[in-house]
Design a protein around this ligand. Structure first.
Ligand code: NAP
Length: 250
């Protein structure tokens, strides 16, 4: 049975990769601190990689600091690649973000550093860049709210369902290493501010949404650099359908 390790298997997309991989009959291993594997220090990683064929990296850190993001993604990627080589992992798949190299500041600076390490390594790799998930609107509300006000960056996005990103990661992970960066986006272009307002309306929550410039990249984020031009795959679920699911699941 193919054994797949998911770094960040408890996160928004990582948990979906874990569940959807198990549903495909794969032997899924979670690498996250809650399972005793810390990718910042490398502690507990080697033991959990024993017998693993493929690694899918979905770790993340909540920060706007470029320095902190760079330190996090550099350390976690290096530890994962080194431990993967020791364990004989045959494919390393990393999840990144569409347009990061056009906006190399704040959190995205860390993602650029991560891509550089993976694409420059001599390990067998594939990078999937995704656009913002539909679920990102909820992450924005959680992360940018101060009391009854959410400060949401003005950015044009091509949102995609995290489930579709998870399936694409698994498809890539089970294939041969591509040694290339491929992209996935959703079927439409939406403003993040509107996505957040629609989410709040649909889930009947009262909050004032204040649009703010995206730190360090106001113009680029508004002009659509975070949307893919020639995606490897385009997700099919529109945002409205995902919103509807949030109501029926409540
Ligand atoms: N959210 C989006 O819209 C979006 C869009 C495109 C790409 N991405 C990319 O997708 C990836 C996942 O994002 P997400 O939003 O799903 O992340 P998330 O929900 O914040 O989850 C982060 C995961 O990382 C794990 N983690 C954090 N520090 C760790 C450490 N030191 N060692 C091991 N595991 C650690 C966490 O588990 P523990 O706390 O248990 O350790 C958790 O499972 C990121 O690389 C992000 O850049 C996200």
């Amino acid at each position: 049975m193919t054994r797949v390790a998911v770094a960040g298997g408890t996160g928004e997309v990582g948990a979906r990769v874990m569940a959807r991989g198990a549903a495909r009959g794969l032997d899924m291993v979670n690498l996250s601190r809650s399972e005793g594997a810390d990718l910042m220090t490398g502690v507990g990683v080697a033991a959990r990689l024993a017998g693993v064929d493929t690694v899918i990296d979905c770790v993340s850190i909540e920060t706007m600091s470029g320095q902190q993001a760079e330190a996090f993604f550099t350390a976690t990627s290096r530890h994962l690649l080194e431990a993967g080589e020791e364990a004989g992992v045959r494919h390393h798949v990393t999840l990144s973000i569409v347009g990061v190299d056009e906006v190399p500041s704040g959190y995205y600076r860390g993602k650029v550093a991560q891509e550089r390490i993976v694409t420059g390594s001599d390990r067998p790799w594939t990078v999937l860049r995704a656009t913002q998930f539909h679920e990102f609107a909820a992450q924005m509300v959680r992360r940018t709210s101060i009391g009854p006000v959410a400060f949401v960056p003005r950015m044009l996005s091509a949102p995609v369902a995290a489930d579709e990103v998870a399936d694409t990661l698994l498809d890539l992970a089970l294939g041969e290493p591509r040694h290339e960066v491929v992209e996935i986006g959703g079927p439409e272009r939406l403003q993040m501010v509107d996505m957040v307002r629609r989410l709040l309306r649909t889930t009947r929550r009262r909050k004032l949404v204040v649009p703010v410039p995206m730190p360090g990249a106001a113009k680029q984020a508004r002009s659509g650099v975070l949307c893919p031009e020639a995606p490897f795959r385009t997700g099919v679920q529109p945002y409205a359908a995902w919103l509807q699911e949030q109501v029926s699941e409540r």
